[in-house]
Design a protein around this ligand. Structure first.
Ligand SMILES: Cc1cc2nc3c(=O)[nH]c(=O)nc-3n(C[C@H](O)[C@H](O)[C@H](O)COP(=O)(O)OP(=O)(O)OC[C@H]3O[C@@H](n4cnc5c(N)ncnc54)[C@H](O)[C@@H]3O)c2cc1C
Length: 306
């Protein structure tokens, strides 16, 4: 541990906002991942800015995460600092005209229920996605015909120099599970969205219906990162994997879900190495059989050695 860095971190955050040698398996929906040298749980923009500037001063790499529901972290963990935006940073403001502004760490489930309570429609699709708003903007998360791009007006971001900017929907270049935020030094601080008035009961019924469909089709009782692969144009990843005979196929503790082949799961204490080997094997077999190359949707963090 870098004592000087740790001391300065302690001047920015309270004790319970800093974790050392934190197992990332505790923070990812896959329950996989070795230790991160540092993890911080900031509660204000100023704390985030100061942590970023401290990292810059000490040449300490940092990585921003939300709820870890789309992350495969190496067994070797992460050499640097994890900036985790979660519950501490999750305020929601709902205005009269359907404008909703929320901090990046709010969970989509909580946000969608607040939006529904205010009889606003257009966010029902997000209720069952187990991520934060920051992660959803970065991924342009979507489901059942909805995606962030449809409701997002703008996002406030901070870069690695500590500069804060507002990027509007177009600036973010939101595509299918993509945005300019991915592989950038930008951390989403908050997002502003717009929704229209609807019937509260209908909105709630829709959320219930979509969550029911998830229960029916997805292995929600298993550790996963959702659909491991993006949908290849003209195909469904799950169907290709199933048709390739890979249903239930297992490497170490990682397996192709029997319930939904598009979900690779941590079935039995999988390591990141098992999971990565399974991803590669699925890509190889599907390409060999159908000539379609699957592209992972899940994000990788840390070092992966073959
Ligand atoms: C059971 C299950 C079902 C799922 N269903 C869906 C679905 O229907 N649709 C869908 O799109 N996804 C789905 N996912 C995947 C995942 O929930 C989404 O990608 C979600 O948007 C990720 O949010 P997160 O907060 O967990 O991000 P993380 O997993 O923590 O991070 C994902 C990426 O976003 C970046 N990131 C996170 N927060 C920020 C921030 N504040 N600023 C900058 N970058 C940030 C990270 O660096 C990383 O690159 C599912 C996952 C699971 C486990």
């Amino acid at each position: 541990m870098d004592k000087l860095f740790a001391d300065e971190l302690n001047n920015i955050l309270k004790n319970d906002q800093i974790k050392y040698k934190e197992p990332m398996s505790r923070h990812t929906s896959l329950h996989i991942g070795g230790e991160a040298d540092y993890m911080v749980l900031p509660s204000s923009v100023e704390q985030i800015r100061q942590v970023i500037l401290l990292c810059k001063k000490h040449s300490m790499p940092y990585y921003v995460m939300g709820n870890g529901s789309n992350l495969l972290v190496s067994d070797l963990g992460y050499r640097g600092l994890i900036l985790k935006l979660g519950e501490n940073f999750s305020e929601i403001t709902i205005e009269e005209d359907g404008i909703v502004k929320a901090q990046a760490g709010v969970l989509l489930s909580k946000l969608s229920h607040a939006i529904a309570e205010n009889s606003l429609t257009g966010f029902e699709f997000a209720a069952g996605i187990p991520g934060t708003l920051g992660g959803a903007v970065t991924m342009n998360a979507g489901a059942y015909g909805g995606e962030m791009k449809q409701c997002l007006i703008s996002a406030t971001v901070i870069d690695s120099q500590g500069e804060i900017r507002v990027l509007d929907n177009e600036d973010l270049k939101l595509g299918y599970r993509s945005s300019i935020l991915q592989n950038s030094d930008l951390c989403v601080l908050d997002a502003t969205m717009k929704f229209s008035k609807g019937d509260k009961q209908e909105i709630k019924d829709k959320i219930r219906e979509l969550n029911y469909l998830r229960q029916l089709k997805q292995p929600l009782d298993q550790y996963s990162a959702g659909s491991t692969f993006k949908r290849p144009e003209g195909y469904f990843a799950g169907k290709l994997i199933c048709d390739a005979g890979l249903k239930g196929f297992q490497i170490g503790g990682a397996a192709v879900s029997e319930k939904h082949c598009g979900f690779l799961i941590n079935k039995d204490n999988a390591t990141a190495r098992d999971f990565m080997a399974l991803i590669k094997e699925v890509i190889r077999v599907v390409e060999e059989k159908f000539g379609v190359r699957l592209e992972p949707e899940v994000k990788f963090l840390g070092e992966f050695i073959d």
